[in-house]
Every structure is written in structure tokens, then in C-alpha cells.
Design a protein around this ligand. Structure first.
Ligand code: AMP
Length: 592
């Protein structure tokens, strides 16, 4: 099938829209200028030029009356929407968005997009579905299928591939919330029940933050922004959304808006620090209200949480950590969000589109981190307080790129420096994980109380990990960049590592005696306790290196270094644990 016969999958969303297509064996999201999301905004400039997406969204600040947002809410209604001095039907506004996305596809594929699968909410009526088809036709697209968004999400996760499944899809977008229970078997999908709130979403979280900011501004300057200052109010909304997004990855955010208004000739600024805790308290009632819909959907489907095989998070607002937490408590199962929640529906539409185009595709490829990254801290390991607890910051299977920030405290009064010890792995004990970097932030403000230190980790799709420590009260910061944090070692690095390990045998510190010793002497050492064990096992594992796959080699090298550290530190327990693990690995390799 020629590329020119391609079919696109489109998520025509209330707040944002996305488009996916099959190319080179995989379904992928099409980007424009590195952006994979098109804000569902349409505007007309005072000069009469049409704006779609980001530009229209930007113009909303200046010309709210010349800009339209959330048109999806009006689909299927027989009305006209004013845009500047003109009037449009909802499907015409949607057609502008679809046409822009089709243009992205044409640029990417090198030929015009002609056919599409478009998603709609499960609760959409026939009239709303028909209006969506018409929007497609107005944009020059032959709409082959209209599919339900939760079904698309399940397709993206490849759920239907494995037997009969019952899936709970929790979709919290910008302006709508719905939860659906889906039964999937092979190609057959059925929406068993769907519930939701057509007027609940991330925008309501913005509204609560905006209200909080406006209150603060009123307290500081005695000016009520809500009615007479449309531009300032738009800025507040935008700042609120930015703050919300930051709070998904950081425990605090400082909102600063310079010269929000000028009154009596004096510029009035807004500045407020908002903590995630305070924000979560604001939105908790809204998030909890979604659980009623979860209960109703389960009841209507005749299912209980025990029947659910997977919980999928869809929609940009599910990135709010509180959402996954509350839902997990309710359903008793960790929700999956390893496909970008805001791209998942478009990818699923892309899966169906590629099937219709005759491509055999069984899953979508997304970049996720295969490892957890975090830092060393003081905490409990095996019920005992120690200084080698692993504090996870970026969790395994998180879609990339990702940034996460956590708050830590200094432990001693007047502490002037903090060592940031970075590890990769899953164990609560850092000694069972792999060290990937380390740095020290110095000259901290000497304060008697615990000093707040933020640790921010950013991992991009190329595996570059940037770790930044920030002293919150002074904003003093220091960072390191670790290249290739996710890549297994290459041959050169393995050779280097082997050299390091060989050197271990010669090192006095390791307390292993003569590396030239003959086998008899070694045998003696072996029976002489853990140190002797270490020598024999280290030698044996080195001899096996060439037989090992890269992952095993890495594990062996990591274990050897841990054994060395334990010998140096005279840490019998760690030594024994590491030796046991090395024995197991050798047993496994030799048994291959
Ligand atoms: P959607 O309608 O699925 O595109 O979702 C859009 C909503 O997700 C908007 O309210 C966004 O502000 C919100 N959103 C996007 N990214 C994040 C994030 N990282 N944390 C919280 N909300 C987000």
C-alpha cells in the first residue's frame, strides 16, 4: 500500500487535539515544530487572518471575543458561534482544527491526508457524532470511522491482543471527565457502561488556582480582577494552568506576574507560592467526585473492581499525581499511564487507522524509562532507619521526556552542604541499585531548622538525565548531566569496567592478598570466610564475562564494585548479600 493511501487517526479534543499515523512499521504522533499537541483554539485576528492552535490560544489573552475555545462542547447543537465579526457553526470551527492537523500530516507524509478515523467521547449522541463527521468532511477528510475515545485508549495499550479483558478507562481532560468500562475480546470491543461529568476537567483545577491567585491579589492590592480586568484575568488563568502543570512534577511553585494591572499610576504585581499540598486540598472534592462516576459505571456494567484487568489513565489532567493516587485507592490496582495520557487516544485512533489501511500493527511504540531513578536519603530500609534509603524520583515506565522534583530536608542544624547521590534501580536500599552519579551542593545558608532542598530530575528521550539540587530559600542550585542514563554499557565501557575490576584484585584495599596466588592458596582463602569467597567468586565471574550478555555483564560489574566497597567498608552484611547475588548470577550463567 502506497504511503499516499494513508489514513490518519485524530483525537479531536475539547482542549487539545492530536493526530497519529502509521509510518515505518509503527504508529506515531505527528508533530509540528516539536509540538505534538494542537490546542483546540481558533481565532481571527483584527486584520482578518485565521489562527489555529497555539497562536489562537495566545491571541485569547488580547482578543477573547475573536477567539473560540472548547468548541467540542457545542458539537451537534444548532447554533452559530461569533468569531470577530463573523458567525460559524460548531462543525466549521472544528473543521479548522482538523484541517490544520491534516496539514501537519501532509507535511510529514509528503502527500495530502484524505482519510481519517476520528474519536469522540463514549457518551456522544448521534447528532454529535454526525457533526464530527461533517467537520471532517468540511476539512476535506473522508471519515472512515468514528470511534469511542476509551476504545481508542484500549487499542493504544494493545489490551485486546490477549484474551477477554475488562478495562476501566478513566479520562480526565481539560473540560470533560468520563469513565468507561470496556469489554474487549479480539477485535470486538464493547463499551459496557460510561459515566462522567461533561463539565469537569483540568480547567476546573485552573479555575480554583485562578480564584486563589485573585484572592491573594485582592488582599495585597485591594483590586478585584474578576470583572473589570479581562486581560489581567486571562493572564491569571494562564498562570494558573502553568502552576497546575508545574505542581504535577514539583512540590511547590511560585506564581509571578509582573504589572498585572496599573492602578493610580502604580504597577501592581502578583506573587504567590503555592504548595502541592495546598493545591491538592483545593481540588480534592473535585477529584473525589469522579469516584462516584467510577462506582456508577462499575454498577451499570455489572462489574466489581475484582473484575477489572487494567485501569488506564487518559487525558492531560490525569498527570495530576493526586488523581492516580485516589483512583488506585478506590480500585485497588495501580493505574497504567505508560503511554502519554494526552496522546493515548490519538495513538489508539492511529492503531485502528493503520489496521484499516491494511497494516499489521500490534502495539504502539512510546518512549518510557526502563529504570527508576532517585537519590540516597535517610529513611527506613527493612524497618530500620539508615542513610541508604533509595528515594525514587522518576519511576520506571514513565513516558519520556519527564521532569520530577521532590523535596528533601537537611538533617543537621547549620548544615552547609548536601551530597546528592544518584542511583538507578528498583530496590528500597541504594546498595542494591546502580550508582549513576554524585555531586555536592555547598555553601548552603546555615540555618538551625531543617533546610528545604529540592531535587529535580529531568530525563529526556535520548537518555540524558539532568539532576539539579536547589536550596529553596536562596534558589542556589547546582546540577549535573548524566549522558546515556538509560543505555546499557557499550563494549568500550565494558572493557573499561573490566579493567577496573581486574585492578580490584591487585588492590591492597580489597584485602585479597596476592592476585598471582595459585589455585591451592585460593582454595584456602575460600574456606577462610567471606573475604576468600569474594576472591574466588570475583575471579570466576571475570572468567565468565565473555559468556555473558550485556545486561548480565553490567550486573556482574555492579556486584563486583559493591563487593569491593563492602570489603573496604568492612560491611559484612552487604558483602554477604552481594556475594550471594553474585553466586546466583554465576550459577545462572554457568547453567546456560
Ligand atoms: P486533554 O483535554 O486531554 O488534552 O487535557 C487537557 C488538560 O490537561 C488541560 O486542563 C491541561 O492543563 C491539563 N494538563 C496537561 N498537562 C498536565 C500536567 N502535566 N499536569 C496536570 N494537568 C495537565
Amino acid at each position: 500500500m502506497a504511503d499516499s493511501d494513508y489514513i490518519v487517526g485524530i483525537d479531536l479534543g475539547t482542549t487539545n487535539s492530536e493526530i497519529a499515523v502509521y509510518k515505518n512499521g509503527e504508529v506515531r504522533i505527528i508533530k509540528k515544530n516539536d509540538r505534538d499537541i494542537l490546542p483546540s483554539f481558533v481565532g481571527i485576528t483584527p486584520e482578518g487572518a485565521l489562527l489555529v492552535g497555539e497562536e489562537a490560544r495566545n491571541q485569547m489573552l488580547l482578543y477573547p471575543e475573536r477567539t473560540v475555545r472548547s468548541i467540542k462542547r457545542k458539537m451537534g447543537e444548532d447554533l452559530s458561534v461569533p468569531l470577530g465579526d463573523r458567525q460559524f457553526k460548531p462543525q466549521e470551527i472544528s473543521a479548522f482544527i482538523l484541517r490544520e492537523l491534516a496539514q501537519w500530516a501532509a507535511n510529514f507524509m509528503g502527500s495530502p491526508a484524505r482519510r481519517a478515523v476520528i474519536t469522540v467521547p463514549a457518551y456522544f449522541s448521534d447528532a454529535q457524532r454526525q457533526a464530527t463527521r461533517e467537520a471532517g468532511a468540511l476539512a476535506g477528510l473522508d471519515v472512515l470511522r468514528i470511534i469511542n475515545e476509551p476504545t481508542a485508549a484500549s487499542l493504544a495499550y494493545g489490551i485486546q491482543e490477549v484474551g477477554q479483558k475488562t478495562v476501566l478507562v478513566y479520562d480526565l481532560g481539560g473540560g470533560t471527565f468520563d469513565v468507561s468500562i470496556i469489554a474487549m475480546e479480539g477485535e470486538v470491543t464493547e463499551v459496557l457502561a460510561s459515566h462522567g461529568n461533561n463539565h469537569l476537567g483540568g480547567d476546573d483545577f485552573d479555575a480554583l488556582i485562578a480564584e486563589r491567585l485573585a484572592q491573594h491579589f485582592e488582599q495585597e492590592h485591594d483590586i478585584n480582577l474578576r470583572h473589570d480586568y479581562p486581560v489581567a484575568w486571562s493572564r491569571i488563568w494562564r498562570a494558573a494552568e502553568e502552576a497546575k502543570i508545574k505542581l504535577s512534577e514539583a512540590p511547590f511553585v511560585t506564581v509571578r506576574e509582573e504589572t498585572l494591572v496599573v492602578s493610580n499610576g502604580i504597577p501592581r504585581h502578583l506573587e504567590l507560592e503555592l504548595s502541592r499540598q495546598e493545591y491538592e486540598a483545593l481540588i480534592l472534592p473535585l477529584v473525589e467526585s469522579t469516584l462516584d462516576s467510577v462506582t456508577k459505571a462499575l454498577q451499570d456494567a455489572g462489574k466489581t473492581t475484582n473484575d477489572i484487568n487494567a485501569v488506564l489513565l487518559v487525558g492531560g489532567a490525569t498527570r495530576t499525581p493526586l488523581v492516580a493516587r485516589i483512583l488506585e485507592e478506590r480500585v485497588g490496582m495501580e493505574p497504567r499511564q505508560d503511554i502519554h495520557p494526552d496522546l493515548c487516544v490519538a495513538l489508539g485512533a492511529g492503531v485502528l487507522a493503520s489496521r484499516l489501511a491494511g497494516h499489521d500493527i500490534d502495539r504502539v511504540l512510546v518512549d518510557v524509562t526502563p529504570y527508576t531513578f532517585g537519590v540516597r536519603c535517610i529513611g527506613e530500609v527493612d524497618g530500620r532507619t539508615c542513610d541508604h534509603r533509595f528515594a525514587k524520583i522518576i519511576h520506571r515506565n514513565a513516558p519520556l521526556p519527564i521532569t520530577r522534583t521532590e523535596l528533601f530536608y537537611t538533617t543537621c542544624p547549620y548544615q552547609k552542604s548536601v551530597a546528592v547521590d544518584i542511583f538507578q534501580g528498583e530496590d528500597e536500599d541504594i546498595y542494591n541499585n546502580i550508582p549513576v552519579g554524585k555531586f555536592i551542593i555547598e555553601d548552603l545558608k546555615p540555618v538551625p531548622e531543617p533546610n528545604e532542598i529540592l531535587c529535580r530530575m529531568a530525563l529526556d528521550i535520548n537518555g540524558i538525565l539532568t539532576v539539579t539540587a536547589i536550596e529553596k530559600c536562596t534558589q542556589k542550585s547546582k546540577h549535573i548531566t548524566i549522558e546515556n542514563a538509560m543505555r546499557p554499557m557499550d563494549e568500550g565501557e565494558l572493557a573499561e569496567a573490566r579493567k577496573r575490576i581486574t585492578e580490584l584484585y591487585a588492590s591492597d584495599e580489597v584485602y585479597i592478598g596476592d592476585t598471582e596466588s595459585n589455585d591451592e592458596e585460593q582454595e584456602k582463602e575460600i574456606t577462610a570466610g567471606d573475604h576468600g569467597d569474594a576472591v574466588a567468586l570475583m575471579k570466576r565471574s571475570e572468567m565468565l564475562m565473555d559468556k555473558m550478555h550485556d545486561e548480565d555483564k553490567e550486573e556482574a560489574i555492579e556486584l563486583l564494585e559493591r563487593i569491593k566497597d563492602a570489603l573496604e567498608a568492612d560491611d559484612e552484611q552487604t558483602l554477604r548479600e552481594a556475594l550471594d547475588e553474585l553466586k546466583e548470577l554465576i550459577f545462572y550463567i554457568e547453567g546456560k
